[in-house]
Design a binder for this molecule. Structure first.
Ligand code: GUN
Ligand code: ZN
Length: 429
């Protein structure tokens, strides 16, 4: 048993559908009781501490205790090529991404990058991610093994591609189905691992492959399915050429059983009304990747419009199309994209998107993404004065939201003072 003391931030409602500050609960001197990896009590320090006089106490002072960040869409194999210059999506994939991903058939390299990625994620306060791997089953084994060594809750899946990719990065409809099925059976529900069937995007899959993966999802509706949707205009034109009979981009998934609740659609920027309606109807998850969308020049996600329409939306770095491992930087980019659309997001909304919103998008909100009784104890302590620039701004702050907003806009891994994974301090494995 373990008691953490500090400021505490949790959410009691969605700050997009409730007044932003009322949806959150802030304790300026709070306490979180952790037992066997779970949160068993949350309250005022003055109330909780005397009830547990003999427990081990970690006093985080004025640091802000919150849920660990949940990154709803990353490509861990792109860790080493993050921040590669000057290309847009298709050229960027061909120039930087595919040559790097070709290396992941080598278990040793896949393991090295898995460990590097997870250590960077934890250093940035991210305790759960949903990652694409490469076409190699070894790349899936590597990330789940490294996550298990850190006891991290992790979603991942073998990326499937059987066309429009180099020879050494192509599988087939049958091998994609067989390998993915074997990996679902090997990893899904093992410890904190969860599987996502992962067709990269419809340009790199034949209709036969999409159909095979749709069939696999129908056989395993308990797993997630992740892919990309309507990221760049050129890409959408290409999809039209490749699938002349499809009504739109979403239809290339829908026609093959790859649209549903539990489907995670990365980017989802340039959507038609029909696509929005269908995504809403099935309660699919849209994943906003703002640093990627500005870095690769994709466009401005309509957070306000899609939230108002009731979509399920999570936030993500999209490392390495995204230019950062930090969900703080990602929240800042979401704020900036909102400003460019005339709809600035409140700090409460930004923080919710990076924790509970992303957990809801991954259908993991019953166990992670909030500080509440029964949640797994994936917790971070944020230093709200981590640099002199932030400290001098925070000193002027009149409430927690002003203070937190300075760290959202200017913070990085220096703001992540401590990280607990399932109640234990995170350490490099
Ligand atoms: N679309 C298909 N593959 C990718 C990828 O690796 N990154 C991004 N940002 N978009 C994609
Ligand atoms: Zn992506």
């Amino acid at each position: 048993m373990h008691l953490l003391l500090g400021q505490v931030l949790s959410f009691e409602a969605n700050p997009f559908s409730h007044p932003a500050t009322e949806a959150a609960r802030h304790l300026s001197r709070g306490a979180i009781l952790v037992e066997d990896g779970k949160i068993t009590a949350v309250g005022e320090a003055d109330g909780l501490r005397p009830q547990h006089p003999n427990v081990h106490v970690t006093d985080c002072g004025n640091h802000l205790l919150t849920a660990g960040f949940v990154d709803a869409h990353v490509h861990y194999p792109q860790t080493a090529i993050i921040a590669s210059w000057g290309k847009r999506l298709i050229d960027w994939l061909n120039t930087y991404t595919f040559p790097e991903e070709a290396r992941f058939g080598d278990t040793q390299y896949a393991t090295e990058i898995s460990e590097r990625y997870l250590d960077l994620a934890l250093a940035n306060g991210t305790t759960t991610a949903s990652s694409y791997c490469t076409i190699h089953p070894e790349s899936v084994d590597a990330i789940f093994t490294a996550a298990a060594a850190r006891n991290m809750r992790m979603i991942a899946g073998k990326t499937c591609m059987d066309r429009n990719a180099p020879d050494n990065l192509r599988d087939t409809p049958k091998s994609a189905y067989d390998d993915s099925k074997a990996l679902v059976e090997k990893w899904h529900g093992k410890g904190r691992a969860g599987y996502a069937i992962t067709p990269r995007f419809s340009p790199t899959s034949t209709p036969e492959q999409l159909e095979a993966l749709g069939a696999l999802w129908a056989e395993h509706p308990e797993v997630l399915m992740q892919t990309h949707l309507s990221e760049q205009l050129d890409e959408i034109e290409w999809v039209k050429e490749l699938f002349p009979n499809s009504r739109d981009y979403l239809d290339t998934y829908e026609a093959f059983g790859l649209l549903g609740k539990g489907g995670l659609y990365g980017h989802a920027i340039h959507l038609t009304d029909r696509e929005k309606d269908r995504l809403k109807e099935v309660d699919a998850s849209l994943i906003h990747c703002p640093t990627s969308n500005t870095f690769i020049g994709s466009g401005l996600f309509d957070m306000a419009g899609l939230m108002a329409a009731g979509h399920r939306i999570g936030l993500a770095t999209d490392t390495g199309g995204g230019s950062s491992f930090s969900m703080l930087r990602t929240m800042a980019a979401a704020y900036e994209v909102g400003q460019l659309r005339g709809t600035p997001l409140h700090a409460s909304q930004l923080y919710w998107l990076a924790t509970q919103g992303a957990a809801q998008a991954l259908h993991l909100d019953h166990c992670i993404g909030n500080i509440a009784v029964g949640m797994e104890a994936d917790i971070i302590a944020l230093d709200l004065a981590s640099t002199s620039a932030i400290e001098q701004r925070t000193r002027r702050a009149e409430d927690i939201w002003e203070a937190l907003f300075a760290t959202i806009m200017m913070g990085d891994d220096r703001a992540i003072h401590s990280v607990w994974v399932a109640g234990k301090p995170a350490t490099k494995a």
